[in-house]
Design a protein around this ligand. Structure first.
Ligand code: GLU
Length: 546
C-alpha cells in the first residue's frame, strides 16, 4: 500500500475531506416513501427518445411519491461533447414537459454538471487511495493494447485483473520513479471481486438477478495528462447519486452488467447501495427482425424529429406510457397520463416503437381538440419551423378557425387528418389564399389528368351560377343543375349505362370543382370548404382558367 504522504502529494493540498461534502449535501428531508430520481444524459446531441422515456418515468415516480426529480448532465467525456446539446436539452425538456425539479441553477445539491464537480470526485479518489482501495496505474496505451492482444491470444478474459494488473501492487519506489519522470497515470479501483464468484441483487424491474462479480480494476479517474481530471462514469455515478441523495436509479439496460462493479464502488466508498431499475431499450422493427432504435439510423430515435415535426406531446407520452405499462394503453388518454407508472409492470424485453401506431394516436388526440387549441399549438411550432405559415395564421385567424371547424366541430366523426403540426400546411394550407396556388395545369397527373377545356367550362359555369348557400343538399343542388346544364349524366350509374351519350357524370363535375377549389382530388365537404373560404375566393379559384 502506498504511503499517505505519496497519495496526498498527488492531490491539491486544499482538497476538502469527505466530511465536508457529506455536510454540504446532507440527507434530504422528505416524507417517507418519497423517491429522489434522476435523469443523467450525456451532452452528445439531441436526446434519444428513449431518454425522454426514462426521464418521464423518473419524473412520474418522483412526483407521485412526493419526491424530487433531478437532471444531472454527464459531461465527463469531453471528446464527445456537442456544444449544441445544452440548448437541445432545454428544447426537449420544454417540449416534453420533463424539465427537472432540480438541475442547472436550481436546487441545493448542485452543481448538476459533472464537469463542475471535479473537486468532489478528487476527494473521494484520494480517500480510496489513502485506504489502499485505489492506485495509480502507469500502463501506457500501447501496453494496454499489447495486454489485450495477449489476453485474446491466450483465451483470457480482457480486463485489468489478476496477473495482468501489474500496477496493482507496485512498490512505492517504482511509483515515485514514474511520477518523477512525469509519466501520466490513471487511477484504478482495486476490485475486491474474485474470478468465478457470483453475486445477486434485486432489480426493481427485473427482480432477482445473479451475475458474475466484477474483478476488473476499472479506471475511476482519467489520465493525469488531461487538462481536466475527470472521473469515469462508474465512479461519478456512485459519488453523485450518493451525494445528491438519490433513492432510485432508473437507467438504460446497457448498465445492468455494471451493477456488480457499482456495488463494489458504493461499498468501498462507504455509501449505502441505491436500488436500480434497468429499463429495456425501445426497439424498431427492421424487416423480419427487431433491433434497438438508433439515433444514427432512425430519425424517430432523436427528439429533434418530434419537435421539428410538431408531434403532439400528449400523444407521445400516452404512447410511451402504454409501452411501459400495457394497462395504460387501454385507458383514455387523460386517465393514462394521470395514472402512476409501476416499475414492476415494465417489460424485460424492449417494446417496439411503431410510428404508424403513434400517428394513429396523434390523429385521435388532435381530433379531440377544439380548433382554437389546435391553432394555439400550430402557431408556436410554425414560428420555429414555418414562419410564413405563422404569419398567415396570425393574419387570418378567423379563416383558420373556420377551416379547422370543417367536418370537425359538431361532427359525430371528427376529421382525423391532422397528426402533427408539420402537416398543417399540406392538409389545411389550401384554405388560405396566401398559400393556395390556383390550378392552372389541370392536365397534371396529380389532378387526374383533366381536360383543360372541360375544366374551364365547368369552372366558369360554377362561378357564374354560384350561390353562397349553407352547406348541405341545397348547396349541392347547384352542382347538380350545372351538371345537367352541361349535359353530364346525373349519376355514375346512368353514365355507365350509356357512356357515349355524355361527356361524363356529375361525379366528374364535382371532382373538377373540387380540384379547382382545393387543388386536390381529395378534400373535405365542398359546401363547407366554400363557406369557410368565402364567396370572392370561391369565384377566384373557380375562374382560375377562364
Ligand atoms: N450518462 C449515462 C448515459 O448517458 C447515464 C446513465 C445513468 O443514467 O446512470 O447513458
Amino acid at each position: 500500500m502506498l504511503s499517505q504522504e505519496l497519495v496526498d502529494s498527488l492531490f491539491p493540498s486544499e482538497l476538502p475531506a469527505p466530511g465536508h461534502w457529506a455536510r454540504r449535501y446532507p440527507p434530504r428531508e422528505l416524507p417517507s416513501g418519497a423517491e429522489v430520481t434522476r435523469f443523467a444524459p450525456s451532452p452528445t446531441g439531441w436526446l434519444h427518445i428513449g431518454g425522454v422515456f426514462t426521464a418521464s418515468v423518473d419524473q412520474d415516480i418522483a412526483h407521485h411519491s412526493g419526491g424530487v426529480y433531478l437532471v444531472r448532465i454527464e459531461d465527463t467525456d469531453q471528446s464527445r461533447f456537442d456544444p449544441e446539446a445544452a440548448s437541445q436539452f432545454e428544447a426537449a425538456f420544454d417540449y416534453f414537459g420533463i424539465g427537472p425539479d432540480e438541475g442547472g441553477e436550481t436546487g441545493g445539491y448542485g452543481p448538476y454538471a459533472q464537469s463542475e464537480r471535479g473537486q468532489i470526485y478528487l476527494t473521494y479518489v484520494r480517500e480510496l487511495m489513502r485506504q489502499g482501495k485505489a492506485y495509480p496505474c502507469f500502463e501506457t496505451k500501447e501496453q494496454g493494447e499489447a495486454r489485450v492482444a495477449r489476453q485474446r491470444a491466450t483465451g483470457a478474459l480482457p480486463g485489468y485483473y489478476g496477473e495482468w494488473a501489474i500496477w496493482r501492487d507496485a512498490a512505492e519506489e517504482e511509483v515515485r520513479e514514474r511520477l518523477a519522470a512525469g509519466a501520466p497515470y490513471v487511477v484504478r479501483f482495486r476490485s475486491p471481486g474474485a474470478g468465478g464468484r457470483r453475486v445477486s441483487f434485486t432489480d426493481e424491474i427485473r427482480g432477482e438477478i445473479t451475475q458474475d462479480d466484477n474483478r476488473n480494476d476499472v479506471v475511476i479517474l482519467k489520465s493525469s495528462d488531461q487538462p481536466l481530471r475527470l472521473p469515469t462514469y462508474h465512479f461519478a455515478h456512485a459519488v453523485d447519486d450518493h451525494l445528491m441523495r438519490v433513492t432510485l436509479v432508473i437507467r438504460g439496460e446497457e448498465w445492468l452488467s455494471s451493477v456488480p462493479l457499482h456495488h463494489q464502488l458504493f461499498d468501498a466508498l462507504g455509501f449505502p447501495r441505491i436500488p436500480y431499475a434497468h429499463v429495456a431499450p425501445l426497439m424498431k422493427q427492421d424487416g423480419g427482425s427487431r433491433r434497438k432504435l438508433s439515433k444514427r439510423r432512425d430519425p424517430e430515435a432523436s427528439v429533434g424529429y418530434y419537435i421539428e415535426q410538431g408531434i403532439p406531446v400528449e400523444a407521445v407520452q400516452y404512447y410511451l406510457r402504454g409501452l411501459a405499462n400495457g394497462r395504460l394503453a387501454e385507458m383514455p388518454l387523460p386517465e393514462a397520463l394521470a395514472t402512476p407508472l409501476r416499475l414492476s409492470e415494465f417489460g424485460v424485453a424492449g417494446p417496439l416503437l411503431d410510428l404508424v401506431k403513434l400517428d394513429d394516436i396523434c390523429a385521435d388526440f388532435v381530433s379531440t381538440l377544439p380548433g382554437a387549441e389546435i391553432l394555439d399549438r400550430v402557431l408556436p411550432w410554425a414560428d420555429g419551423y414555418d414562419p410564413d405559415l405563422a404569419s398567415v395564421l396570425r393574419a387570418e385567424r378567423d379563416l383558420a378557425l373556420r377551416a379547422l371547424a370543417v367536418e370537425r366541430e359538431g361532427a359525430d366523426n371528427p376529421r382525423k387528418d391532422l397528426r402533427r403540426w408539420a402537416e398543417f400546411r399540406p392538409v389545411y394550407g389550401f384554405f388560405f389564399p396566401e398559400i393556395f396556388e390556383p390550378v392552372t395545369d389541370p392536365a397534371d397527373p396529380r389532378f387526374g389528368g383533366l381536360d383543360p377545356d372541360m375544366v374551364r367550362v365547368i369552372g366558369s359555369g360554377f362561378a357564374d351560377g354560384y350561390k353562397p348557400l349553407d352547406p348541405g343538399p341545397a348547396w349541392f343542388e347547384q352542382v347538380r343543375e350545372l351538371s345537367a346544364r352541361l349535359g353530364f349524366a346525373p349519376s355514375n350509374k346512368e353514365y355507365r349505362k350509356n357512356p357515349d351519350a355524355y361527356p361524363g357524370s356529375i361525379a366528374d363535375v364535382s371532382q373538377v370543382i373540387r380540384v379547382l377549389l382545393t387543388g386536390s382530388r381529395r378534400s373535405p365537404d365542398l359546401g363547407q370548404v366554400c363557406a369557410a373560404i368565402g364567396e370572392p375566393e370561391v369565384l377566384r379559384r373557380a375562374r382560375a382558367l377562364s
